[in-house]
Design a binder for this molecule. Structure first.
Ligand SMILES: [Fe+2]
Ligand SMILES: [Fe+2]
Length: 164
């Protein structure tokens, strides 16, 4: 790896691997989630994640590189942690709280990666690619926010049921 272009291409392939792993893992997280709200949010983000993967494929086409060939070890680790956590026996509410925590770690990782990739694309003069990456970045932020909202409503529901 010599140039910023090389580094950028490496990161794009890494993102492809991250999104691809996520497409495979999110159905399991949705299935484990106890509340409809959380299930729906994860399923919605699964559809977005498939689109994120498509976008990376298109970017690779434009850059004339293959999307495959890298394994995102960070995403692999995050997903292993999530899977490990979901195996434990626990109360429904604790399970949902934990799934939200794992999902937000994943979103924050993606936000960081897409933020950097967008900047690199701009710096390298790939204007269209930068705007595609930025669209995905925006959706990652929205997914993170919706998880925060679900986490907060979870706490409110719990306070309400404790008061009853
Ligand atoms: Fe994504
Ligand atoms: Fe995401």
């Amino acid at each position: 790896m010599k140039t910023l272009e090389d580094l950028f291409e490496h990161q794009i392939k890494d993102l492809y691997s991250a999104e691809d792993q996520l497409v495979k893992a999110l159905p399991k997280m949705a299935q484990k989630a106890k509340t409809e709200k959380l299930k729906n949010a994860i399923e919605k983000h699964l559809e977005q994640t498939k689109e994120h993967r498509n976008r990376i494929e298109k970017i690779c086409d434009e850059l004339d590189i293959k999307p495959q060939g890298e394994k995102c070890l960070a995403m692999k680790g995050l997903l292993e942690e999530a899977e490990h956590f979901m195996k434990d026996d626990m109360d429904d509410d604790v399970l949902d709280a934990g799934i939200i925590a794992e999902a937000q770690r994943i979103e924050h990782y993606e936000i960081s990666a897409y933020g950097t990739a967008t900047r690199f694309a701009k710096e390298l003069g790939h204007g269209d690619i930068a705007s595609t990456l930025h669209s995905t970045l925006t959706e990652e932020y929205e997914a993170d926010e919706s998880l925060t909202e679900i986490a907060e409503s979870r706490v409110n529901e719990k306070a309400k049921s404790n008061a009853d």
